[in-house]
Write a protein of this length. Structure first.
Length: 358
């Protein structure tokens, strides 16, 4: 193991001893905020330090076995002990490296999932509907809630644009690599000569802010327009100006929400989406700065970047970032995304480990 990692682990082990002393002091609970902060830190580094203890024990076992090699009667036993210790050390080192990786603070957050039709006209809008169903089925498999935020339907039943909120533990961690361009190759229902068409949609996955206040939105920077909602909803929907459009003047971000009959609820929902979009912009700026020093294998997540192709005639899905091709397109479109999301997460982890090693 690299000396820098060993130094970091020694530092964490010393910090755990310090936390034990601080938490055990009779005045520890006099400041409950500080007590909770120290307790969280203790819970975070405790398992890592315990694993480091196992690593140190395995290192000591190997050193003792190497000393026994000089004894002819113990040589065979010592060699066996050395091999066992080497295997144990290698496995423990990998586990320690993984635990040292920086954690994404957004991983456990709910998300806003935004799908927009791109090139391909009506076929692109229909594919946007297929993607929404795919992600909704994946959400069902994970027992997440799916809440419609806003939708703009096409004449043939797809979506020009649709935003949903997915509520559940780890939603962002599982879907954060879905942002980008999704290309489909298939024979559209409207194609009379059986020709294969190519169209595309863009997907954006944005972590939800805990509260709108997490993102600094100055009311003076907002233009708020109200208008009558369009679409299904019976007689009521066209009688009141319940739909809300928010424009964030500094960034030019526009959010519309008309899913609820209440203007107040639509405005609150639109503010949540706006906060998520601003947070998303901030995250992308931060990621682009990091990517300047090391190229991300998973990609920048730029929505114009083509990340995946769904080829229906061949029944295959190819993720271009990690060169993964799966011949089970029907299952994938029905929400079976676990193999794909796990592969993307594993590649990201491998990249982080390589950076940690450097």
């Amino acid at each position: 193991m690299k000396p820098s990692m060993l130094a970091k682990l020694d530092q964490l082990a010393n910090r755990l001893v310090e936390l034990d002393e601080l938490l055990g002091h009779e005045s520890a609970t006099s400041n409950m905020d500080n007590y909770r902060k120290m307790s969280r830190e203790h819970a975070e580094i405790g398992p890592l330090v315990a694993l480091y203890g196992q690593f140190q024990q395995a290192s000591q076992d190997m050193a003792e076995a190497q000393q026994m090699l000089v004894d002819p009667e113990m040589k065979e036993f010592a060699q066996e002990e050395i091999e066992n210790a080497k295997a144990s050390l290698a496995a423990l080192e990998i586990d320690l490296q993984k635990m040292l990786l920086p954690k994404d603070v957004n991983d456990e957050r709910n998300i806003f999932l935004e799908i927009r039709a791109g090139t391909g006209g009506d076929e692109s809008a229909l594919f946007a509907g297929d993607l929404l169903r795919m992600y909704s089925r994946f959400a069902e498999r994970n027992r997440w809630q799916v809440e419609m935020v806003s939708e703009s339907t096409s004449d043939l039943g797809g979506y020009r644009e649709v935003i949903v909120r997915l509520v559940g533990n780890g939603a962002y961690s599982k879907l954060k690599f879905e942002s980008g361009g999704h290309r489909v190759q298939r024979v559209p229902a409207t194609e009379t000569q059986g020709r294969i068409h190519t169209s595309a949609c863009t997907v954006a996955v944005m972590p939800e802010a805990d509260e709108v206040e997490d993102v600094d939105i100055n009311p003076a920077d907002l233009r708020i327009d109200t208008f009558r909602a369009s679409g299904a909803g019976g007689q009521h929907i066209n009688k009141t100006d319940s739909a809300v459009r928010l424009t964030h003047l500094p960034t030019g971000i526009v959010v519309e929400c008309q899913d609820d009959r209440s203007q107040h609820k639509n405005k609150a929902q639109a503010l949540k989406v706006l906060a998520a979009r601003i947070k998303d912009v901030q995250l992308r700026e931060q990621q682009s700065k990091e990517a300047a020093t090391r190229k991300s294998l998973i990609g920048s997540g730029d929505r114009s970047e083509r990340i995946r192709t769904y080829n229906f005639p061949q029944g295959r899905m190819t993720d271009h970032r990690i060169n993964l091709t799966l011949y089970k397109l029907d299952f994938i479109m029905d929400g079976d995304l676990t193999e794909l999301t796990n592969a993307l997460a594993a590649e990201h982890q491998a990249e982080l480990l390589a950076a940690l090693g450097d």
